[in-house]
Write a protein that binds this ligand. Structure first.
Ligand SMILES: *[C@@H]1O[C@H](CO)[C@@H](O)[C@H](O)[C@H]1NC(C)=O
Ligand SMILES: *[C@@H]1O[C@H](CO)[C@@H](O)[C@H](O)[C@H]1NC(C)=O
Ligand SMILES: *[C@@H]1O[C@H](CO)[C@@H](O)[C@H](O)[C@H]1NC(C)=O
Ligand SMILES: *[C@@H]1O[C@H](CO)[C@@H](O)[C@H](O)[C@H]1NC(C)=O
Ligand SMILES: *[C@@H]1O[C@H](CO)[C@@H](O)[C@H](O)[C@H]1NC(C)=O
Length: 467
């Protein structure tokens, strides 16, 4: 039996380096296609001539239709913050008139937006809270709201107001004002959670912010993309640290963050979670048997990776001297930190590696030579049988596409990799200028309800939808 004393004891490893200089980002309008970008040396003569021609044609079109030059913003980004050594990642949005900003967990594993209300008082900690009566545009929908996650509950009522993020605004977005939150669900400065999965999962039965934007063609391309940083193996990592970026409406604005092609895999069936068939998994090069047709939810709101007990046991059977952890870590396994564990996952044709640094979730105490592995046993009675959290997502550039409904992965660029573990300025909560505003479509019909019993630790923010 192994006593497990501390939760986030970190590796004491040294690191040096600075942020890599950003390379020039290529911007291409339209759909994100699976093609690598190449830069050519342009002939100055051609560029000048084509530029003049293009401007003339555009001026003519504007004249002909009597229109004005449209300044509609169709892509935007939000800087992410890495909280507690890769345990959670949050971004910033703004609510109300005048707009007030809130830090919210970015969660592709659920579909509701909620923030703590001022009526919550000290129970909601020291984070910013929303005071509905100080927003001139707030409307009380007076519908009770409650949601249960793997790690706690949130309760309150539904309201509607202007919600802004990444340069986009939805003028009547429904969300929950929460006045009861389980202990430990939020840590300062987080005030709530932004669900980035599909409307059929929404406990509030409201259309999620991202889905309203995608469905209203507010974006250049109907997708958002996420890059997450790794600080778990950095010496002197603080909390918070810069966490990466959430791009809305494009994956090309920051093509400097990935290389090669984006490999898309369609969501099989009705989208609810962002789920994909998990085709294969290897540990130290050995294949683990995966039940055919098993799906995996791609979940930025979960720290680690959960799967069926039989598969998790098979993973650790390939790691000498590993054993089931006990007590509060039941469902997890320990193994010697000196073992470098390589895991690869395949979705569709492509295979993606998980860095050994992400497999080594934590030392069990700061001086122990035993580590806790990132893969844990998940007991769900329905698909998705796997929850693929940040331990995987830190290793890829992830694209969440509305139409066709799919998830894409690409290799991170050296620019993105250079952001891992090197410190820097944590993005502050700011409300960017809004240049595209849309209205929310009417309330989302609940196509079906999912019932899961996700009980594992560190399954941070996968919603449990109760019938
Ligand atoms: C952290 O892990 C990454 C990926 O395995 C590795 O490239 C990097 O060198 C590690 N950092 C430290 C400080 O060991
Ligand atoms: C693109 O990524 C680079 C490197 O992280 C960053 O410096 C730059 O601000 C990003 N640009 C956008 C538009 O996100
Ligand atoms: C909104 O309605 C709920 C339920 O009727 C109520 O508990 C809450 O106090 C109201 N909030 C405001 C700001 O009026
Ligand atoms: C990602 O990088 C690996 C290793 O360099 C390479 O084998 C693989 O083909 C790349 N995948 C894509 C989709 O570019
Ligand atoms: C938002 O406003 C539009 C236009 O006023 C209306 O059609 C739509 O039903 C509203 N959406 C919600 C969720 O109330």
């Amino acid at each position: 039996m192994i006593p497990i004393l501390s939760l986030l004891s970190l590796f004491a490893l040294s690191t040096t380096g600075t942020f890599g200089a950003p390379t020039e980002a290529a911007t291409i309008a339209g759909q994100c296609q699976s093609i690598p970008l190449l830069r050519r040396n342009p002939s100055p003569y051609d560029i000048g001539r084509l530029g003049a021609l293009a401007k003339r044609q555009r001026d003519n079109v504007i004249l002909k239709y009597g229109g004005q030059t449209k300044q509609r913003r169709s892509t935007g980004y939000n800087s992410i913050v890495d909280q507690q050594f890769d345990s959670s990642y949050y971004g910033t949005l703004a609510i109300g008139t005048p707009a007030e900003s809130f830090d919210v967990i970015l969660d592709t594993g659920s579909s509701d937006l909620w923030v703590t209300g001022s009526s919550c008082g000290t129970a909601c900690g020291t984070s910013a809270t929303l005071n509905p009566s100080s927003s001139s545009t707030f409307q009380n929908l007076t519908t009770p709201f409650s949601i249960k996650y793997g790690s706690g509950n949130a309760e309150g009522y539904l309201g509607q107001d202007v919600v802004q993020m990444a340069g986009f605004s939805v003028s009547n977005q429904s969300f929950a004002v929460v006045d009861l939150v389980s202990d430990g669900l939020l840590t300062s400065p987080m005030s709530g959670l932004l669900g980035l999965a599909w409307s059929s999962l929404a406990k509030s039965q409201q259309t999620p912010f991202w889905q309203t934007l995608a469905a209203s063609n507010a974006w250049d391309s109907p997708l958002f993309a996420v890059q997450l940083t790794r600080y778990s193996n950095a010496s002197n990592a603080k909390t918070p640290e810069p966490g990466g970026v959430l791009n809305m409406g494009t994956c090309y604005t920051n093509s400097s963050l990935y290389t090669g092609s984006i490999e898309y895999i369609d969501i099989p069936g009705t989208p609810s979670y962002w789920y994909l068939p998990l085709d294969s998994l290897t540990v130290q090069g050995n294949s683990i048997t995966i039940t055919s047709g098993t799906t995996a939810a791609i979940d930025t709101g979960t720290t680690n990776i959960g799967g069926p007990a039989s598969s998790i046991q098979a993973i650790y059977a390939n790691i000498p001297d590993s054993q089931p952890a006990t007590g509060e870590w039941e469902g997890y396994y320990t193994y010697p930190c000196s073992t470098t564990v390589n895991v690869e996952l395949s979705f569709g044709e492509s295979t993606w590696s998980i860095s050994p640094a992400d497999f080594a979730f934590s030392r069990i105490t700061s001086t122990s030579t035993e580590c806790l592995g990132a893969f844990f046993e998940l007991t769900t009675d329905t698909d998705p049988a796997w929850i693929i959290g940040d331990a995987f997502l830190k290793n890829v550039y992830s694209v969440f596409r509305y139409n066709p409904a799919s998830v894409g992965f690409a290799n991170l660029s050296s620019v993105a990799i250079a952001e891992n573990g090197v410190g820097g300025t944590v993005p502050s909560a700011t409300i960017g200028a809004v240049s595209a505003t849309v209205v929310s479509t009417s309330t989302a019909p609940r196509s079906y309800a999912l019932s899961t019993s996700l009980s594992a630790l560190f399954l941070t923010f996968s919603a449990i939808i109760l019938l």
